[in-house]
Write a protein that binds this ligand. Sequence first.
Ligand SMILES: [Zn+2]
Length: 183
Amino acid sequence: MSSEERPFQTSLEPFRFCPRCGTSLSHRFLFGRERPICPACGYIVFYDPKVAVGVLVEQEGKVLLVRRRYAPGQGGWALPAGFVEIDEGPVAAAIRECREETGVIIRICGILDVFAVPIDPRGPAVFIVYRGVPIGGVLQPGDDALEAGFFPPDGLPSPLVFASTRRALWRWRREKGFTGRRF
Ligand SMILES: [Zn+2]
């Protein structure tokens, strides 16, 4: 796990109105930095990273990947992944995303890594990558995937999109004893 992290960049349009009551926001120094606060209802806007989850699912020495239908990374291969909904935990989100994108039902059996994703068009994120094993379902790409399949460490598809995908797969291949060129 690397301790080198770039600071997150917020390229998001700042809030101008209170998302709760619609009043124009003002700014105050609160909890260590200047933050938008609603003068009417007291709502404080915290700009914090989104939480994303992915899963490295292994079966008979092969890893489950999906080819993305939509941007970002459109047409490229990545781990089954998505954002955590407000009413679910990260493990449930990882199981749900995997089932939605690949049809494969999994059990989470560990954690591979936690990545900082400082720059993303949807906002910066903390990306938790679990390890999983299939326990059911039928392999079939979901609505937001063009293809889904299992690939051996020496036969990964191309292109792999996202630095986190490449780093997770690089680590997985290294565990398998592959020492080839970094991708
Ligand atoms: Zn308000």
